[in-house]
Design a protein around this ligand. Sequence first.
Ligand code: ADP
Length: 430
Amino acid sequence: MTTPTKEGSAAVQARRVLVLNSGSSSVKYQLLDMENRSRLAIGLVERIGEETSRLLHTPLTGGAATRERMGRIADHEAALKAAAEELAADGLGLDSPELASIGHRVVHGGLRFTEPTVITEEVLAEIERLVPVAPLHNPANIIGIRTAQVLRPDLPQVAVFDTAFHTTMPEYAARYAIDVETADAHRIRRYGFHGTSHAYVSRKAAELLGRTPEEVNVIVLHLGNGASASAVAGGRCVETSMGLTPLEGLVMGTRSGDIDPAVTFHLTRVAGMSVDEIDVLLNKRSGLVGLCGDNDMREIRRRIDEGDERAALAFDIYVHRLKKYIGAYSAVLGRVDAVVFTAGVGENSAPVREAAIAGLEEFGLAVDAGLNAVRSGEPRLISPDYARVAVAVVPTDEELEIAGQTFALVERLGRTAQPGQAEPLGRVDN
Ligand code: ADP
């Protein structure tokens, strides 16, 4: 975007985007220059509201080292102000006319938000209305947005929704087989999450194959602490493993993933547990941590190497679930061009990739041990040449995707804006 001067000549290129990912007690931020899609600075404020708050700020231009601030940061507003001060110290102040927009990761956009959206009061009200289906995430996202609005009220703020990429799922994939009236009254359906990552990684995978997204069918396995699978046909998501909430699907760091829903009635009746206790059990004390006490795949592999049986069983359960999803999504897609691993475990754990693909030769899938062992930050193939279906590792970059979607939207709006509408789109006269 170009910022006109009073004389009307183009003086400042507003090409920076601040990406904010606000959690309940943390804020992650990145400042990107969209001219060359490079990062200028990244940072994290954690334990907001506690005495032990910490800010870590890393400038990525000029070679300066990471700076750390310890001590209480009272709330999100104070966190963002502290981040803004750090950025300003690097000459990257948020008051700069070079800042085009602030892009916010918003976890739940329901069915309404299928695309990145400029945030208005009405949009905020809708994000608020979705709090019952995303009680942990949407309130924090709203606080982040409100705070950023105070900081730069003149800038367009854009919401990029984790659910948006999945809104293309057909009704028969998104609807649970429960009473329709009850489901609709409470907006119960499969929404899916990690959409920004699935969108980015599926597009990058097509690029890696030398094809357009429209030409390929891919299965994306986003294996971080949270984990989800998606089936993407011709660039559109047709199925994903997370549901109404991020609890469903794969085995995760601390979440159970798929489970017979009757387990919850059983625990209520037999163990006398409350709904909140079961919520904590399934979301925080299950998955890998529940199975073996560790949720870090590195630690689990180390324990397996030492002969630890609980760690080995946890690994097997994790991999077995992955295999079930690869098989199911192969059937959903009919033809698969690539299975793609991403996020912390997917990008780094060769043993998980090897075990998940082992025995799937009938599906046209195989992993080359040498290629799988290579460590790299680049998208790469790990399947042998003869394999019918490519297996790939594609590092995810949710912040770059949020920045890209945010910038594309404000540019588009900037181009179509009438002269009188220029201001809300981030044009600053100076
Ligand atoms: P999230 O964004 O969901 O918090 P990440 O995508 O950063 O998670 O993934 C974090 C997880 O990745 C860790 O819990 C750990 O299990 C795994 N991980 C990170 N590095 C490695 C590695 N070198 N080898 C195996 N697993 C790793």
